[in-house]
Design a protein around this ligand. Structure first.
Ligand code: SF4
Length: 368
């Protein structure tokens, strides 16, 4: 570093932590908490940006695109923030058939999608064969399609309904076509917060076990945190520490995505997260998670203004163009041209990447 990054005061504990981080030294959870509680967010952003530029040149920022297919909205987990699910047996929800999923895929391929994100509620009435068959059908019909699917809570449901070891289930899903797994369902990884917002969801230990086993069998993915409810600053850092420790063991997280809870139901307390706080948390993610290469922001959830600033605060990617998203209110970019225009307007050259973070086509071809 780096004293040019910010006006450095060697007597300031905050500045010492930031200086140390900028020199590539790992910071401790208590140092991360100190930054959250005490640091000027502009200093955090400055160091986070500096570290981000070591992963992807400051000229560039990336995007990807995928089709989301929510294969069922029946769910027995009842997260208090969720307005997507219908109760099993209510007759109000849906389970997509294999044919309906393939029809959605046909449409997506016509729109240029080569990546799919399959996610649904936890519906124990769907047999294990349903999951294997939809993966195999997609793989057979679209051999090059990247299939990212099933959050830890869905994976644990499959472990329960098959009564097989989790590793065996994951190997079978992989053989059927699964390429990677999403970071969904983490929210805040502390037992206190899980008891408040989703007591029936996978516990912290179960979430870690599911992700660790995915990574062991060669199913990498992402991780996330969702802030803006009753969580404390300490719990946010605890969450990051759970993820960093797991990543030290497996190396399976390609990216990390901090975002905020969206108002969906009245059963759930939401606090407004000021933009400077979101950017500070994002910067701390970049600094603390020194073993995860990519930090994404979500333009879909946070909007374009915050998304632009996030790219100057440690994020190197805007996540995605999402074709169909039922679970979240979306400010999303609908087409590749919109994504490229957004990134260009924010001062970057757009790089397209796939879900494994291989940078793909030159964007000039997309704009032509
Ligand atoms: S967020 Fe997912 S697991 Fe939770 S209730 Fe909604 S569909 Fe079920």
């Amino acid at each position: 570093m780096s004293q040019e990054l910010f006006s450095y005061n060697p007597k300031s504990p905050t500045d010492s932590i930031l200086m140390s981080a900028s020199e590539g030294k790992r910071i401790t959870p208590s140092e991360a908490l100190h930054l959250y509680q005490e640091a000027d967010y502009l200093k955090v952003m400055s160091v986070a940006r500096y570290l981000r530029d070591k992963v992807l040149s400051h000229e560039y920022a990336s995007y990807t695109g995928f089709r989301v297919v929510n294969y069922t909205n029946y769910c027995n987990v009842e997260c208090s923030f969720c307005s997507f699910m219908d109760e099993i047996g209510s007759g109000k929800g849906y389970n997509l058939t294999e044919k309906e999923i393939l029809e959605k895929m046909d449409y997506s391929v016509q729109m240029g999608a080569d990546q799919i994100f399959l996610q649904g509620g936890v519906n124990p009435e769907l047999p294990y064969s349903y999951y294997l068959e939809i993966l195999r059908s997609i793989r057979n019909k679209f051999p090059k399609m990247h299939i990212r699917a099933f959050s830890p809570v869905e994976i644990i449901n499959l472990e329960k309904i098959t009564a097989k070891p989790l590793k065996e289930v994951l190997i079978e899903l992989k053989e059927a076509g699964l390429d990677s797994v999403p970071g969904a369902g983490a929210e805040v990884l502390t037992e206190r917060m899980r008891n408040i917002i989703s007591p029936k969801k996978a516990s912290v230990d179960e979430w870690v076990r599911a992700m660790e086993t995915c990574h062991e069998v060669g199913l990498p993915g992402s991780a996330n945190i969702v802030i803006g409810s009753e969580e404390t600053k300490e719990e946010i850092i605890e969450h990051l520490n759970v993820v960093r420790n797991l990543q030290d063991r497996t190396g399976g997280f390609l990216s990390f995505i901090p975002w905020t809870f969206q108002p969906q139901t009245k059963k759930f307390f939401i606090r407004h997260v000021p933009t400077h706080e979101y950017l500070k948390v994002l910067g701390i993610c970049r600094i603390f998670l020194d073993n995860i290469p990519h930090i994404e922001t979500s333009v879909m959830v946070l909007g374009k203004g915050v998304g632009e600033l996030a790219l100057y605060s440690g994020a190197d990617d805007i996540s995605s163009i999402v074709i169909e998203e039922n679970v979240l209110r979306s400010f999303g970019l609908k087409t590749e041209k919109e994504a490229i225009k957004f990134l260009t307007g924010a001062g970057f050259q757009a790089r397209k990447r796939d879900l494994f973070y291989n940078y793909t086509e030159p964007v000039e071809r997309i704009l032509a």
